[in-house]
Design a protein around this ligand. Structure first.
Ligand SMILES: Cc1cc2nc3c(=O)[nH]c(=O)nc-3n(C[C@H](O)[C@H](O)[C@H](O)COP(=O)(O)O)c2cc1C
Length: 179
């Protein structure tokens, strides 16, 4: 698929078929992740590929809004070592979007599940601590999000490539750009 078509077709898919994602596609998703740029090329990530149903169900309980993980047969947890860089959030977000876009290109649905800054369902710990504990991640490995992945049950219309002109300025804030 051409890049703009992939970007337009990328939608948040929250219901999946139980069919497993093929190993070759998982390999492509990881290649996409490692093609991400990172600040000073530190590459602080660690990606945990989760396909164990019991773990996926427990991840779905990490917080409210983790519903896509209830049916997804696959999830990639995006972690990054904060001891190596102060911009692990940016590095993680870019890798997450690479995976999100690659999934679309591979005919898979996917959804970003936010973990950083969220409370767990029971609210006694953060969603991040819950996931770190569940997956045995060292404390310095911070978790921005989990990408839920699988073959979609739902179909969503591709986005139109629209520009919101009121969110664009030319040289100075508020000055319209004329193209
Ligand atoms: C930073 C970020 C956090 C998000 N967190 C969640 C989430 O926790 N759960 C969820 O179901 N969707 C989540 N989403 C998906 C958004 O709701 C979705 O991207 C948005 O509604 C636009 O829809 P689209 O992805 O189909 O274009 C998140 C997306 C982003 C970029």
């Amino acid at each position: 698929m051409e890049l703009f078509e992939v970007m337009q077709r990328r939608r948040s898919i929250r219901h999946y078929k139980p069919d497993a994602v093929e190993p070759e596609k998982i390999r492509r998703l990881l290649q996409a992740a490692f093609l991400s740029p990172s600040g000073r090329n530190i590459r602080p990530w660690h990606f945990i590929v989760v396909d164990d149903r019991s773990l996926l169900d427990q991840l779905a309980n990490a917080k409210s809004g983790a519903r896509p993980l209830k049916t997804a047969p696959l999830a990639i947890v995006i972690a990054a070592d904060e001891d190596t860089t102060d911009i692990w959030i940016e590095d993680s977000a870019i890798a997450a979007e690479h995976i999100h876009l690659a999934a679309t290109d591979l005919g898979l649905g996917s959804c970003w599940v936010q973990i950083r800054g969220r409370q767990s369902i029971t609210a006694d710990i953060t969603a991040e601590k819950y996931v770190q504990k569940l997956l045995g991640l060292p404390q310095s490995y911070r978790i921005t999000c989990i990408i839920a992945i699988g073959y979609p049950v739902e179909t969503k219309r591709p986005h139109e490539p629209e520009i919101e002109w009121d969110k664009v300025s030319h040289n100075n804030y508020g000055k319209a750009l004329k193209l």
